[in-house]
Design a binder for this molecule. Structure first.
Ligand SMILES: Cc1cc2nc3c(=O)[nH]c(=O)nc-3n(C[C@H](O)[C@H](O)[C@H](O)COP(=O)(O)OP(=O)(O)OC[C@H]3O[C@@H](n4cnc5c(N)ncnc54)[C@H](O)[C@@H]3O)c2cc1C
Length: 364
């Protein structure tokens, strides 16, 4: 008999497992994939750490969470500075003085501000009706047309004029020559990949891979006094009220016979004509000497059954559906629900760790 059965070996499940073991609890982790780590899983290809489920950059403002993750790996000083490729021309991101220079030749903050103010006037004080108008009202038409429109339309699979305005709440604009994407105090990539972090968290804990909780649900439940469930909440309740919607991604890997093909880890393709949204060149996250490089093209796709559910679509309808499942979950006495799938929300890595540490108080 185990004290806890943990369903899912992603960062949520692994943090719970690590903390519970530290408190002397007997824990079993089951994982339906053939590997641990959930979406932060990295694997070595040609000596390069490849992020199998999309590029992951750890960043946080919390010293406590930064120290916490650094127990499990050494982090490098990687700074996320993506670039955008629009019809062959390169622009810096996030929108900053470099970008404004590339767009308009402006060299002072005053010149750039004047340009943006002039272009925002197109919408004026009118309430934006859709994402297109919202973006123009925030940053003006040039930035919208060149750096936002195509990318967003590919991401959501529909015209920006048909997307709700709330998707873009704000668009950070920086009037300094600073290409650092995040404002957080701490960021980096674990040297040697993310998988080692989860391996260390699960050290000394029994883990059963290729094991789906639902394959033998009652047998699994009988194994432990309490269950921590980090899978999809609608699946747990057999989709009783219907299915929650997600956006998915298709990743296309390529090994190229050159040591450095794009000079940056992340290049966004912001025109509509290129079918993918970005190309990741993994070796720039965690640099290694090698004559080859591994790149991944990311294609957003509409989620269907059997696909990986990557991004929750948190519109009113799905959120209302989630709340109904959440109500049901409260009646499950020995089961705790947590993590991005069970809570139907997008969590960054530092947030999912914080959430697990907080939830732990009620699990003990
Ligand atoms: C494309 C992409 C890019 C991202 N980039 C970043 C980034 O740059 N920085 C950042 O901080 N965060 C990033 N994230 C977020 C990060 O991936 C999450 O914070 C983290 O993975 C959440 O961990 P989790 O344990 O909640 O979920 P998951 O990692 O999904 O783990 C859940 C696990 O449960 C398993 N499971 C589910 N159902 C069952 C079942 N029935 N039986 C057994 N096992 C089951 C799954 O197989 C999975 O391994 C990104 C996410 C995506 C999708």
């Amino acid at each position: 008999m185990y004290d806890y059965l943990i369903v899912g070996s992603g960062l949520y499940g692994a943090t719970c497992a690590y903390e519970l073991k530290k408190r002397g609890k007997k824990v079993l982790v089951i994982e339906k994939r053939e590997h641990i780590g959930g979406n932060i899983y990295t694997e070595k290809m040609h000596g390069i750490q490849v992020h199998r489920y999309g590029a992951h950059i750890f960043h946080t403002n919390s010293k406590e969470l930064w120290d916490y993750i650094n127990q499990f790996a050494d982090f490098n000083r990687y700074t996320n500075s993506p670039t955008a490729n629009y019809r062959g021309k390169i622009y810096n991101l996030p929108f900053n003085m470099n970008t404004f220079y590339q767009l308009w030749g402006t060299s002072t903050p005053q010149q750039a501000m004047a340009k943006i103010t002039e272009q925002r006037a197109e919408i004026g004080d009118r309430k934006p009706k859709n994402l297109e108008e919202q973006a123009i009202s925030l940053v003006g038409r040039d930035i919208y047309e060149i750096l936002i429109k195509g990318y967003t339309e590919k991401q959501w699979g529909r015209p920006a004029s048909e997307l709700p305005a709330f998707i873009i709440k704000r668009l950070p604009v920086r009037f300094t020559y600073d290409n650092n994407y995040f404002n957080d105090r701490f960021q980096g990539i674990p040297i040697g990949g993310y998988t080692q972090i989860v391996e260390k968290m699960l050290d000394g804990i029994e883990v059963r891979l290729n094991t789906d909780y639902f394959a033998e649900r009652s047998d699994h439940n009988a194994l432990a006094k309490k269950v921590i469930y980090s899978g999809a909440i609608d699946r747990y309740f057999d989709y009783r009220y219907g299915k929650l919607e997600y956006r998915s991604l298709r990743f296309e890997n390529e090994v190229v016979d050159t040591p450095n093909i794009q000079g940056n880890a992340v290049v966004n393709y912001t025109d509509k004509e290129v079918p993918y949204t970005r190309i990741i060149e993994h070796k720039h996250f965690d640099p290694v000497e090698s004559s080859r490089s591994v790149i991944t093209r990311e294609y957003p796709v509409e989620w269907q059954d059997g696909m990986e559910p990557y991004y929750p679509v948190n519109n009113e309808q799905n959120n209302a559906l989630y709340r109904r499942y959440r109500e049901l979950s409260k009646a499950e006495e020995k089961v705790f629900f947590g993590g991005r799938l069970a809570e139907y929300r997008y969590y960054d890595m530092h947030q999912v760790i914080a959430s697990a540490l907080k939830d732990l108080q009620s699990m003990l």
